[in-house]
Design a protein around this ligand. Structure first.
Ligand SMILES: Cc1cc2nc3c(=O)[nH]c(=O)nc-3n(C[C@H](O)[C@H](O)[C@H](O)COP(=O)(O)OP(=O)(O)OC[C@H]3O[C@@H](n4cnc5c(N)ncnc54)[C@H](O)[C@@H]3O)c2cc1C
Length: 434
């Protein structure tokens, strides 16, 4: 058995989205060694996801160049965090090897994922998340000529529709569950963030309808049609090739929670709790971006920079960074206020609707379960390949069940990687937080 190599760095940043890139650049001013880990093939995170045919916006190119041009920053893409076998140490794996990385300061910038909620037909091939459709298209999936319905809630729907339309798809409907008064209320507030107002105008789609949500998807072996419910009780049905459906975003807190970081309730679900310097409840661990609450890339960039400066003990520059962050925090408040899924969304799934798609558990099987652990033990809900990342967030949203502390491995891992490091001694702490 080959022993894994042990690498070390002064500052380790997990996630190379806007928050992670800004954190790395700010931390690099401290002069120490900075390592950035991301499981995607290229830096950029969700909003600036790179791929064949993607033309990155200037802000994305600037952030990426600022990071890769620093001699003291090393970036490892296509790399997953597997476990935290010892204090201040993470076990990592990429396509070729597993290795251990010892850090002095850690900055978690693990972002967010879509909230996917079950409804009849949601597991049919052709049904994806709204952001997921965007990611597939950016990754090179052809959609030219396809008929697409986008549904769910929040501004991401319009971004997904625009990506699909640019790729040659026919977007038949953008169904926003929020009522018209909330959509208009949000639009009226956008004058405070002129860039966002301009973006919204550019993205607006003629098929956009408020008070409209998905009811079911149908097809034999593949999506063939979608039924939507309009606010006044009417229905509309579309024959289509794809349905992209997302109900907002939930913070990725698994790694932080595994390390013992406290979470705090937020409208979008539990998020890593941070102070004004982005420090978490665990000494020397910081967090920034959407793992601390959903609020957009501008907020993520600012939080990332503050986290990077704080991690290396530098004073936060007094050039309006905190004021700007307060402005984007206010934007986040508007987002949640106007686009929180309404009551109709909570009753989409029926007792026979698949709830956990990895383990094929219907919603009805959860009747009588007291909490998430009870559901796992009695139904195997959340115990499949995604480890509850999809149905755990749905259970939290629908039933208020808190997920337990994640256990390693955080992601699927090769046996050779696990075999390559000596297990911790029985009395040594498994994680930083214990
Ligand atoms: C699917 C999706 C699509 C989106 N599309 C848009 C859009 O078009 N426009 C828009 O304005 N906003 C979009 N958003 C919102 C956008 O994500 C945020 O505004 C912004 O990107 C947040 O930046 P961040 O750095 O906090 O996180 P992210 O951009 O999410 O970056 C986090 C990074 O960390 C990596 N990561 C997470 N956990 C680990 C781990 N354990 N090990 C290694 N790497 C890890 C992720 O792969 C990701 O690259 C989207 C969000 C999602 C979920």
């Amino acid at each position: 058995m080959t022993q894994l190599t042990l690498d070390e760095c002064d500052v380790l940043v997990i996630g190379a989205g806007p928050a992670g890139m800004a954190a790395a650049v700010a931390a690099a001013f401290g002069g120490g060694s900075v390592v950035v880990i991301d499981d995607n093939p290229a830096p950029g995170g969700q909003i600036w996801r790179d791929g064949p045919g993607v033309e990155l916006p200037a802000a994305a190119r600037e952030s990426r160049n600022a990071m890769v041009q620093r001699a003291n920053i090393r970036v490892h893409c296509g790399t997953r965090v597997v476990a935290a076998p010892r204090a201040r140490q993470l076990l990592l794996e990429d396509a070729e090897r597993g290795w251990l990385l010892q850090w002095k300061k850690l900055i978690l910038c693990t972002g967010a994922r879509e909230l996917l909620l079950p409804f009849a037909g949601w597991t049919l091939p052709g049904v994806t998340g709204a952001g997921a459709l965007q990611a597939l298209i950016k990754g090179g999936m052809p959609v030219k000529g396809e008929r697409i319905v986008v549904a769910g809630t929040g501004p991401l729907l319009l971004a997904a529709a625009a990506t699909a339309a640019q790729a040659g798809a026919r977007v038949l409907r953008v169904a926003e569950q929020a009522p018209l008064r909330d959509v208009l209320g949000f639009a009226a507030q956008l004058a405070r963030w002129p860039g966002k107002a301009l973006q919204a105008l550019n993205l607006m789609h003629p098929g956009y309808r408020s008070s409209t949500h998905v009811l079911s998807a149908r097809g034999h072996g593949r999506l063939a049609s979608v039924t939507l419910r309009r606010g006044h009780g009417g229905m509309e049905e579309f024959a289509c090739d794809r349905l992209a459906c997302g109900f907002g975003l939930v913070p990725n807190t698994e790694l932080g929670r595994m390390l013992g970081c406290a979470v705090t309730p937020r409208p979008s679900g539990p998020a890593l709790n941070v102070n004004a310097n982005q420090a978490t409840s665990v000494p020397d661990i910081f967090a920034a971006g959407e793992c601390t609450g959903i609020g957009g890339s501008e907020r993520a960039l600012l939080q990332g920079a503050i986290a990077g400066h704080s991690a290396v003990g530098r004073t936060i520059p007094s050039d309006g960074m905190r004021e700007a962050l307060a402005r984007w925090d206010a934007f986040a408040v508007q987002l949640h206020r106007r686009f929180s899924p309404g009551a109709g969304i909570r009753t989409l799934a029926q007792p026979d609707t698949v709830f956990c798609r990895c383990e094929d558990v219907p919603l009805g099987a959860l009747t009588g379960c007291a909490d998430w652990n009870d559901a796992k033990l009695h139904t195997r809900c959340g115990m499949g390949a995604c480890q509850g990342r999809v149905c755990g967030a749905a259970a939290q949203f629908l039933f208020g069940w808190s997920p337990g502390t994640p256990r390693p491995p955080l992601s699927p891992v090769r046996a050779s990687t696990l075999a390559g490091f000596a297990p911790p001694l029985p009395d040594s702490p498994m994680t930083q937080g214990e």
